[in-house]
Design a binder for this molecule. Structure first.
Ligand code: ARG
Length: 461
């Protein structure tokens, strides 16, 4: 016979179809250790409020200890008739501590405040894991940047050659967004450090239980100010889903570049064998599957966030059963990142850059034209004119199939009297890089300082 939590009012148990629909143990079982931690804290406040004598309290705590050990060893698992993790664990406790002890635990709490609390605990733990994985990707980018302090590459806008930049500058441009994602996780954690335990079903508890005591017992900074908010709010889930999706998108942009760089046409990087795959038919193939899967899975995380927001939209206060749909998307987001990030960190750490090829392509596509224009400005020419003159240089070169530095003194003079042979001093990648020496620029001295600041930020997070 099915045991339900609400037997008194009902003549019979749920239909098979309802039971099947209701069931969540296949995804919420991962909350079991947190549920037991919550029950231990709840046992203590029940005792504190005079609702459990010492003997019963100790029997309850011992029963919960045995239950936790059995959950961790796999000896206790949810059964066919258990609706959710909370129901299953109550059954497990009663089997271990007896109905008289186990049956007292539910006083003054509801699955509504329970699940809101456990979910926060679980997500806070995993947000920390995700942050560590993100920091490992940043560390790989830092290592690669430090290993290539002088290497130049074509910087692009619209995927077209734009201006030469340092490879390290480019790699660090991928590190900063990831550091901000970690910062977002830290700020989210501080906001999520409030325990809803004691909110009860929605209105709070009448039994003199102390929510602050439970909160500190469970590692929260405090308890929520409003029991309705405590049981109904899921913005902490949506916010974490967003940060996960954002991190996945940031990783996807890095991955896309690795995929491009590994093509024959770019030829910028070689992937390590341990981070690439072959083809079952084409013997020569070496595929960037890590980067492609990371790019592909970003789509899942965007879907996880969108699905969750759609579930939350227009839900009236307080708890609604719809909220049971809050878990799978964010579990998927976190699981996916925990799978993707270590692979991406390894892929980045083992990339081999063809710095010669990158450097030789850096000035191609007339990427020094801006340097010509800015040289003219330093010579006192208005930028509007300077832009025209540099553009004319490009046009002449394009017509003749030559590069800017191939223009003769006569060519230069013919294009504009402002163009003296001295302009050649900026027609080199080194000169161009070194000249962009304001804070945030790609000059090697500035990038070395930037690398130091990335390291400091990394260490502070
Ligand atoms: N399993 C539910 C959830 O995850 C918690 C139970 C609350 N159910 C209820 N009928 N009040 O949201």
């Amino acid at each position: 016979e099915k045991v339900s939590l609400w037997g008194g009012r009902f003549a019979g148990g749920p239909s098979d179809a309802l039971a099947a629909l209701s069931k969540s143990t296949h995804f919420d079982w991962r909350l079991a250790p947190y549920d037991i931690a919550g029950s231990r804290a709840h046992t203590r406040v029940l005792h504190g409020a005079g609702l459990l004598d010492e003997t019963t309290r100790d029997a309850m705590l011992a029963g919960l200890d045995t239950l936790l050990a059995d959950v961790l060893s796999g000896d206790f698992a949810p059964g066919e008739d258990d609706e959710d993790v909370h129901t299953a664990l109550e059954r497990g406790l009663i089997e271990r501590a007896g109905a008289d002890v186990g049956g007292r635990l539910r006083a003054g709490r509801s699955r509504n405040d329970q699940v809101a609390t456990l979910f926060r605990m679980y997500l806070r733990d995993h947000a920390r894991v995700v942050a560590e994985h993100l920091l490992a990707v940043v560390a790989a980018l830092v290592e690669q940047s430090a290993a290539h302090p002088e290497a130049a590459m074509p910087g692009r806008t619209h995927l077209q050659h734009a201006q030469p930049v340092l490879l390290a500058h480019h790699l660090l441009a991928h590190a900063w967004p990831l550091l901000r994602d970690v910062e977002r996780l830290r700020h989210w954690d501080a906001r999520t450090s409030l325990s809803p335990y004691g909110s009860g079903a929605l209105a709070g508890s009448s039994l003199g239980l102390d929510p602050e005591a439970v909160a500190s017992d469970l590692g929260f900074a405090g308890s929520v100010e409003n029991s309705i908010d405590g049981t109904a709010a899921r913005d902490f889930v949506a916010e974490l889903s967003f940060v996960c999706a954002m991190a996945a998108v940031d990783i996807s942009r890095l991955s896309e570049e690795v995929i491009l760089w590994a093509t024959k046409e770019f030829g910028f990087v070689t992937l390590d064998d341990s981070y690439s795959t072959g083809s079952s038919i084409m013997p020569q193939k070496k595929n960037p599957d890590v980067a492609e899967l990371a790019r592909g899975k970003a789509g899942r995380l965007i879907g996880d966030l969108a699905g969750l927001l759609a579930t939350l939209k227009a839900l009236p206060l307080a708890y609604n059963r719809d909220l049971q749909e809050d878990k799978e998307p964010v579990f998927d987001a976190v699981d996916t990142l925990e799978l993707v990030l270590p692979a991406v960190a390894g892929m980045v750490a083992t990339l081999r850059f063809d710095t010669e090829r990158m450097a030789s392509l850096a000035p191609q596509g007339f990427s020094l034209a801006t340097d010509v224009a800015e040289w003219l400005v330093r010579e006192g020419v208005p930028f509007r004119v300077a832009h025209e003159v540099a553009g004319a240089c490009v046009r002449v070169c394009e017509e003749r199939g030559i590069e800017l530095w191939d223009l003769s003194d006569d060519d230069l003079a013919e294009i504009s009297p402002h163009l003296t042979p001295a302009v050649r001093e900026v027609l080199s990648v080194e000169g161009s890089l070194a000249s962009r020496d304001a804070k945030g620029g790609t000059a090697p001295v500035r990038v070395a300082e930037q690398l130091q600041r990335v390291r400091e930020t990394h260490a502070d997070l």
